[in-house]
Design a protein around this ligand. Structure first.
Ligand SMILES: O[C@@H]1[C@@H](O)[C@H](O[C@@H]2CO[C@@H](O[C@@H]3CO[C@@H](O)[C@H](O)[C@H]3O)[C@H](O)[C@H]2O)OC[C@H]1O
Length: 376
C-alpha cells in the first residue's frame, strides 16, 4: 500500500485478556444472529423484495449511517448476500438523481423506500466508500451496481468535486480539508473524522484525488486534537473548524454522536498508529468513565460536567469506550473491555445505534475489523 504506514496487524484484545477463541467466536456469531436475524426485540436488519435495510428502531427510519454500517459489518464478516441487498436498497431508494444534492444519498428514508429528506449526511458517504472498496477487494467487482470499486471512486469524486459546476457543495471543505456536518454548512462533527479511512482513499480513489485524501487524513488527526478536551478527551457532537463546540442548536456537548470518537481513535491507532496523542486521549476518555457507574451515564459538557439527562445509548458508549483500548494503555484499558464483554446487546426500541457501535467494537477487539487490500 503506497503512501500510508499500515501496521498490518490486528490485535485480538479479547484473547490477550484470556477469553477463549471459542467464546469470542460464539459472541461474534451470536451478535450476527441477533442483530441481523433475531426476533423483533433484537434485529435491525430487514431483507425485502428490493434488497434489505437496517432500521433506526428509535426513529423508525432508514439512515445512510445504518446502511453504511451494515455494509461495513457485512464485508468484514464475508456476508456478501446481505452486503449486496443493503447496497441495492441504498442505490435504489436513497441515491439522489436530481437537485442540489444529486450524486449523494438521502440521509433518511422511510422503510417503504420513500425519502424523508433530500439532504445527505457525510458520515454515510465515507462509510459507503470504504465498505465498497473492501467489497471489491474481497469479492471482486460485478455488474452495476455491484461494480463496487467504481461506485466507491465515483462517490468520492462527487464528495470532493460536487459544486464545481455551480450546483451543490462538496462534503469536505477543500481549503482546510475537514469533513462538513452537511455539504451546505461550514462546521463539522468530530465523530465524522476518520483519518484511517482517508489513508485508504489516498491509495484507492481516482489518482487526481489521492493527494487530497492524504492531506485530509493529516488534517483530521490534527483537528481531533483541537476538538477533544485536553483532560477528559471528550468531544462535542458538533464543532467549529477551530475545534470549539458548536452549541447553536444544543449539540455542543458530549452526547450520542460523540461516542464514536473513542472508537475511531482506537481503530486509527490499530490500523495506522495515528499518533501518540490518540493513545493519551484514549486513556483520558477511559479514565473519565472509569469513575462513573454505566447505569448513570449522562450528557456531559466536554470538560466533564454532567447534565441531568441520561445517555440515550449507554451500551453504545460502553462499546466505543472499550474499542478505545486498541489505543489505550492505561489502567482502565482492560476494565473497559471487560465491562463491554459482560454487556449484552441492547434490546427494545433504542437498540439500533447501540448495537451498531456494539458490533464495530466486537469486530475491532477480536481482530476482525480489517483493512481489505486488493487481491487479498
Ligand atoms: O440534521 C440532520 C442530521 O441529524 C443527520 O445526522 C445523522 C443522524 O444523526 C447521527 O446519528 C444518530 C446518533 O443518535 C442516535 O440516536 C441516532 O439513532 C443516530 O442516527 C448520524 O451520524 C447522522 O448521519 O445528518 C443530516 C442532517 O441534515
Amino acid at each position: 500500500m503506497s503512501g500510508a504506514f499500515h501496521t498490518g496487524k490486528y490485535r485480538n484484545v479479547f484473547k490477550e485478556m484470556g477469553y477463549k477463541d471459542t467464546a469470542i467466536q460464539e459472541k461474534l456469531e451470536d451478535a450476527w444472529k441477533q442483530i441481523f436475524y433475531g426476533d423483533e426485540d433484537t434485529r435491525i436488519y430487514y431483507p425485502s423484495s428490493d434488497g434489505g435495510y437496517l432500521l433506526d428502531t428509535g426513529n423508525l427510519d432508514v439512515r445512510t449511517e445504518g446502511m453504511s454500517y451494515g455494509m461495513m459489518i457485512a464485508v468484514q464478516l464475508d456476508k456478501k448476500e446481505e452486503f449486496d441487498r443493503i447496497w441495492k436498497w441504498t442505490k435504489e431508494h436513497m441515491y439522489m438523481q436530481t437537485g442540489e444534492n444529486a450524486g449523494y444519498f438521502a440521509w433518511s428514508c422511510n422503510p417503504d423506500g420513500s425519502k424523508q429528506s433530500f439532504g445527505p449526511a457525510p458520515d454515510g458517504e465515507e462509510f459507503f466508500a470504504l465498505a465498497l472498496f473492501f467489497a471489491a477487494h474481497r469479492w471482486g467487482d460485478g455488474e452495476e451496481p455491484f461494480n463496487y470499486s467504481q461506485q466507491a471512486r465515483d462517490l468520492l469524486r462527487t464528495c470532493l468535486h460536487k459544486g464545481e459546476d455551480g450546483n451543490g457543495y462538496s462534503m469536505w471543505n477543500l481549503d482546510n480539508k475537514l469533513i462538513k456536518f452537511v455539504p451546505n454548512c461550514e462546521f463539522t462533527d468530530p465523530s465524522y473524522h476518520l483519518p484511517h479511512f482517508y489513508e485508504l482513499f489516498a491509495c484507492w480513489a481516482y489518482p487526481e484525488d489521492q493527494v487530497f485524501w492524504k492531506e485530509a487524513a493529516k488534517a483530521s488527526r490534527e483537528y481531533l486534537t483541537l476538538a477533544c478536551h485536553p483532560e477528559t478527551g471528550l468531544a462535542p457532537e458538533y464543532a467549529y473548524y477551530d475545534g470549539k463546540p458548536n452549541n447553536e442548536k444544543g449539540y455542543g456537548h458530549f452526547y450520542s454522536d460523540s461516542y464514536r470518537v473513542a472508537g475511531n481513535i482506537g481503530l486509527d491507532y490499530e490500523w495506522f498508529r495515528g499518533s501518540e496523542w490518540e493513545r493519551q486521549t484514549a486513556n483520558n476518555i477511559q479514565n473519565f468513565f472509569a469513575e462513573i457507574d454505566p447505569e448513570d451515564y449522562r450528557r456531559y459538557t466536554i470538560d466533564g460536567v454532567p447534565f441531568s439527562e441520561k445517555s440515550l445509548h449507554p451500551i453504545g458508549l460502553i462499546a466505543t469506550n472499550a474499542m478505545a483500548s486498541l489505543a489505550a494503555e492505561g489502567p482502565n484499558a482492560k476494565r473497559m473491555v471487560e465491562l463491554f464483554w459482560n454487556t449484552p446487546i441492547r434490546k427494545g426500541d433504542r437498540r439500533y445505534y447501540d448495537n451498531c457501535l456494539y458490533f464495530f467494537s466486537l469486530l475491532a477487539l477480536s481482530g476482525n475489523f480489517r483493512i481489505w487490500n486488493p487481491a487479498e
